[in-house]
Design a protein around this ligand. Structure first.
Ligand SMILES: [Zn+2]
Length: 255
């Protein structure tokens, strides 16, 4: 298995050696670690040097950041170009939905212009794009990345209407499922409609989960439960699910 999205640079992860050991013991061989800010991008690159093989770095600017300056954008774009051969994706980028940044006047137009620049970079550098585009931002992002000529993308922790999900799949892009698929009907319904060839698994750690994971620190080892839940939904063996989702992740990111 590969954790396709975890913020391993977060301060909550003090014992990374232990986490990677537990991940490997559970069958997780690698993790894609997307940066979310200039500082986070630097830490992600350090982590990939500290844990080569396990940490697959990506560089981005999270759309829910309270403020994104022109110098943050230009700096991140320059870093993407300079590090093209040692990274696996542009991300985490996208459109804001939850935070205060999403509702400010003009915020959506500004966010779309920023995402368009990162989408063009992904197309030009031939890198995958990791998108944070929940709910009604997903169809807007889909139109935008298609017109930018993005060839490979994942709608991470995907949640949107069914028609949009079907368009994402038809366009050949991926969606990823989190531990919520173990206990939440919304995510199980999504898992039923997405073909196995378009699914990735992720933890989005350190985000905390409920249900059977309540009170637990989020770690890549949790993916074993995600794969088991998907196996039941898809009527396939856990091995088939683990291999298919890992292969999808390798294809998307060129791992
Ligand atoms: Zn994330």
């Amino acid at each position: 298995m590969i954790d396709s999205h975890i913020h391993l640079d977060a301060d909550q992860y003090a014992d990374r050696k232990g986490l990677i050991k537990r991940a490997r013991a559970a069958g997780v061989t690698a993790a894609v670690v997307p940066g979310v800010s200039p500082e986070s991008n630097r830490r992600v690159l350090e982590l990939s040097a500290d844990y080569p093989g396990f940490v697959k770095p990506a560089l981005g600017l999270h759309p829910e950041l309270p403020e994104i300056t022109e110098s943050d954008i230009a700096g991140t774009l320059a870093m993407l170009e300079a590090r093209r051969d040692s990274i696996y994706a542009v991300g985490e980028v996208g459109l804001p939905w939850y935070g205060e940044a999403a509702s400010r006047p003009g915020a959506q137009e500004k966010a779309r212009a920023v995402l368009a620049r990162f989408a063009r970079a992904a197309a030009d550098l031939d890198l995958a794009l990791i998108l944070h585009c929940p709910h009604r931002t997903a169809p807007r992002a889909l139109a935008l990345i298609r017109s930018a000529g993005v060839r490979r993308a994942v709608f991470h922790w995907h949640k949107s209407d069914e028609a949009t999900t079907r368009e994402i799949i038809e366009a050949g892009y991926f969606v990823s499922l989190t531990p919520e698929v173990v206990y939440r009907e919304r995510d199980q319904a999504l898992a039923r409609i997405v073909p196995l060839g378009n699914v990735l698994v992720e933890t989005d750690g350190p985000w905390p989960y409920g249900g059977p994971f309540a009170g637990q620190a989020t770690e890549p080892a949790m993916l074993a439960r995600v794969v088991a839940a998907l196996a039941v939904i898809k009527g396939e063996s856990e091995r088939t699910i683990a291999e298919a989702t890992a292969e999808n992740t390798r294809l998307l990111f060129g791992i």
